[in-house]
Design a protein around this ligand. Structure first.
Ligand code: IPE
Ligand code: IPE
Ligand code: MG
Length: 247
């Protein structure tokens, strides 16, 4: 279906290269309907599909989705199990369509915490989509921004201790090379659904100069038009990066 918003995005031309999303509000969506929380998560998978399609239509090259945080491991065991099961189901169900669309999937986070079945499902979707050139999709699972930075610090400290690097060699580029998002440019736009004005430990290093778009829409209700709306909002911003900008 032709989208008037998509036309406007194309006319403006300045499409964000990398869009990240904190997909929040599945539980509230379910609660409003008197349904168990896991049905909210399941419904949220449709929004993931929509968002990926919308991203390719708009010409976004990198999409990063926050699917499960380090802190989310502390939710009730039943909910954690159902989220892991949903991830495995997503990998099985979506592999062919992601391949067809040219989506290359990366799963970033502390993968050592996954159980064997989940690890296999992740390997299948990552290996199966390798080489997709339309969109790079980063699924952030078992991910926390502080843990990521701490992990980098440990890697670099170890290299210095081994004599591979000196303290003077350390700079932003060197640190970037040790992050889960190695070789991925920082997000241009970060969207958070469900109206919460917080970052919840997401990509703390990478969002230093990212534009923020917060929408009250709950994640299961989020569709491509909401994505386009966020991109249009982004296109109205004046990104100054600490400089004085154009007047
Ligand atoms: C987001 O929805 C999905 C995950 C964090 C895994 P929530 O489960 O956080 O939903 P709310 O915030 O309780 O509505
Ligand atoms: C952030 O949502 C994590 C993900 C979307 C995966 P949460 O629901 O876990 O965050 P808080 O608790 O509202 O900060
Ligand atoms: Mg939440």
């Amino acid at each position: 279906m032709a989208s008037e918003r998509l036309d406007r995005i194309r006319l403006s031309g300045d499409v964000p290269n990398h869009v990240a999303i904190i997909m929040d509000g599945n539980g509230r969506w379910a609660k409003q309907r008197g349904l168990p929380r896991q049905l909210g998560h399941r419904e949220g998978m449709k929004s993931v599909r929509e968002t990926i399609e919308g991203a390719t239509e708009a010409g976004i090259k990198i999409m990063t989705l926050f699917a499960f945080s380090t802190e989310n491991w502390n939710r009730p065991q039943k909910e954690v199990a159902s989220l892991m099961s949903l991830l495995r189901r997503y990998a099985r169900k979506e592999l062919d369509s992601l391949k067809r669309q040219g989506v290359e999937v990366h799963v970033l986070g502390e993968a050592e915490r996954f159980d064997d079945r989940t690890r296999d499902a992740v390997a299948m979707i990552v290996d199966g989509t390798k080489g997709g050139g339309t969109l790079r999709l980063n699924l952030m699972i078992s991910y926390g921004g502080r843990e990521e930075i701490l992990r980098s610090v440990k890697i670099l400290a170890e290299r210095v201790a081994q004599g591979e690097l000196t303290v003077d060699d350390l700079d932003e580029d060197v640190l970037h090379q040790t992050l889960f998002t190695v070789n991925v440019p920082d997000p241009d736009l970060l969207i958070r659904t469900s109206g919460e004005y917080r970052i919840s430990n997401f990509m703390l290093w990478q969002i230093a100069y990212t534009e923020l778009h917060i929408t009250p829409i709950l994640w299961p209700d989020f569709n491509r038009e909401h994505l386009f709306e966020a991109v249009l909002d982004y296109q109205r911003r004046d990104r100054r990066f600490g400089l004085i900008g154009v007047s």
